[in-house]
Design a protein around this ligand. Structure first.
Ligand code: HEC
Ligand code: HEC
Length: 198
């Protein structure tokens, strides 16, 4: 009985939080302009999907943009917007977008390339990057890539190579350096083939 009640309190808190994020926090509208209220990314294919990224990773990414470890070369307004947030707004934004369900990004993909990409993913990336519905996603070292928009993944990989983003882990840079551009093509096709629950 006690167990059930405490679960309910958690549900209620989550509900209140998501309702307040939808209604009473107009500053979130700025994020919606590019990422969408559902976090699936709007218009420009370079606006990343942020639905279903664990809150800790969203916060870490936002602080990386604030302190310059990640630079907004493509869209300076992203960095300007997050620079104006308070710490509690960063936490509220992370809570809001982490609880949006990432369904799928409706991108077209090539099935043969996706199959090759699945193999490369398991071998080089899967230890750290798990799908957003995976029960261990909150504990995974990397940000979920399944269902992410392909242009953004390509851009992010180029940013690590070009020194515009500091990778947190040398292991990841090491894995990226093992691959060529055909391999990255296969990987983005694989991540686009993601359908929630598969
Ligand atoms: C003008 C469009 C725009 C606005 C406004 C904007 N973003 Fe972004 N966001 C982007 C782009 C583009 C990137 C990729 C930036 C880069 O790495 O160069 C990004 C990246 C991110 C990332 C990292 C995603 C990942 O997969 O690593 C997070 C988290 C994020 N934005 C959250 C927010 C939040 C929260 C807000 C509102 C406070 C916001 N953004 C406002 C366009 C925008
Ligand atoms: C040792 C763990 C690890 C491995 C292996 C790894 N990554 Fe990562 N990756 C991370 C971490 C941690 C981040 C987020 C922090 C950062 O920006 O460095 C990340 C971020 C990324 C991002 C940016 C995601 C975003 O939403 O902005 C891309 C793209 C990426 N990795 C691709 C890959 C690919 C492709 C592979 C396999 C070839 C790979 N990673 C292997 C740990 C790893």
């Amino acid at each position: 009985m006690r167990y059930r009640r405490s679960r309910c309190v958690v549900c209620l808190a989550a509900l209140v939080l998501s309702m307040s994020a939808l209604g009473a926090e107009p500053w979130l509208e700025k994020c919606f302009e590019c990422h969408g209220a559902d976090g699936m990314g709007k218009s420009d294919p370079m606006y990343p999907v942020i639905a279903g990224i664990p809150a800790a990773h969203i916060e870490e990414a936002i602080y990386a943009y604030i302190d310059g470890a990640r630079q907004c070369l493509r869209e300076p307004r992203m960095c300007e917007t997050v620079a104006s947030l308070t710490e509690s707004e960063v936490s509220a934004a992370a809570a809001y977008f982490s609880s949006r369900v990432r369904e799928y990004n409706l991108e077209e993909f090539d099935a043969d390339l996706a199959a090759k990409g699945a193999f490369l993913h398991e071998r080089h990336c899967g230890a750290c990057h798990v799908p957003p519905h995976d029960e261990d996603v909150d504990y995974a070292i990397g940000i979920p890539l399944h269902g992410q928009r392909p242009d953004y993944i390509r851009y992010a990989i180029r940013a690590y190579f070009g020194g515009n983003r500091e990778p947190l882990l040398d292991t990841m840079s090491h894995e990226l350096r093992q691959l060529d551009s055909d391999d990255f093509d296969a990987l983005v096709n694989y991540y686009s083939s993601y359908r929630a629950g598969n």
